[in-house]
Design a protein around this ligand. Structure first.
Ligand code: AMP
Length: 282
């Protein structure tokens, strides 16, 4: 596996690969890699000549400086995990200057409103930060296919819009949420949970499964009430938001229309750790 430590190294590498007409599959990350990330590369491996990873903790998508500072970083271990997976040909590890020459600042995007729902409300400016770094990575890496997790479903929707709006010559793929054996969605933040919290956090997935059982069976206000009740009783866990939204517009719904698809979104604090999950309702 090739480690590319600067924009210059990346540009040389990409130029060589393009000359050889290799197709490129790409999945960006912020490091602290786990099996969920690796599943993106497994998907990419099946459809591309070359698979490229990137590791960059993007400062502009954090609205909370404390969260940015506490974000787990272990590049050496990450490189080893990518290498051991056998799915990845190269990893790009840019500096802040490589990604933001000049000022470290987001661009402003119009994603048609989806950027203002849920995470957009909870984390102002977050999706401008995500859009800015992903656009720049796409321009530098020039992938044919890019892979993002359903875990960050709203982010995936924003990136699909980014690709359409800018007419970028690549295809975006969503990859199913990879979970721990107890159902907790894998996340770099899980490392900050105590063993006890990690075990008890199974309640998030269990709740989503219940919501799916209740889908089109009980009323929406009653579903919300039951979800709130579950977390009121769960010591050490605080529900930030629970939303059932239209899968396309990401707008909260108060009625299940026959011909629309819906998804449940949940954010829970386990102590200080913010955990996010979602599930397609069927
Ligand atoms: P992050 O490093 O958290 O920015 O995530 C990088 C990519 O990995 C994003 O596309 C995430 O949606 C994806 N990802 C993170 N956790 C998971 C998971 N448990 N299952 C599938 N994809 C994931």
């Amino acid at each position: 596996m090739t480690v590319l430590n600067s924009r210059e190294e990346l540009e040389k590498y990409i130029a060589e690969q393009k000359k050889l007409q290799k197709t490129i599959g790409f999945a960006p990350t912020m490091g602290a890699l786990h099996a969920g990330h690796i599943s993106l590369y497994e998907a990419a491996r099946k459809e591309n000549d070359l698979v490229i990873s990137s590791i960059f903790v993007n400062p502009t998508q954090f609205n909370n400086p404390d969260d940015l500072e506490k974000y787990p970083r272990n590049v050496k271990k990450d490189i080893q995990k990518l290498e051991d997976s056998g799915f990845v040909d190269a990893v790009y590890i840019p500096s802040v200057e490589d990604m933001y020459p000049g000022e470290t600042k987001s661009k402003h995007y119009d994603f048609g409103g989806i950027e203002n729902e849920m995470e957009g409300k909870a984390r102002p400016g977050h999706f401008d930060g995500v859009g800015t770094v992903v656009e720049e990575l796409f321009r530098q890496v020039q992938p044919d296919n890019a892979y993002f997790g359903d875990k960050d479903y709203q982010q995936l929707a924003v990136i699909r819009k980014l690709q359409q709006n800018l007419d970028l010559p690549l295809k975006i793929h969503g990859v199913p949420i990879y979970r721990e054996p107890n159902g907790l969605a894998m996340s770099s933040r899980n490392e900050r949970l105590s063993p006890e919290q990690r075990k008890k956090a199974a309640v998030i997935y269990d709740t989503l499964l219940k919501v799916n059982d209740w889908f089109r069976v009980i009323s929406i206000p009653e579903i919300y009430r039951r979800v709130e009740e579950i977390f009121e009783k769960e010591d050490g866990f605080v529900l930030e938001y629970f939303t059932i939204a239209d899968e396309e517009t990401l707008k909260e719904t108060d009625f299940f229309y026959k011909d629309r698809n819906y998804r449940a979104f949940i954010v829970v604090f386990a102590g200080e750790v913010r955990l996010i999950d979602n599930m397609h309702l069927a």
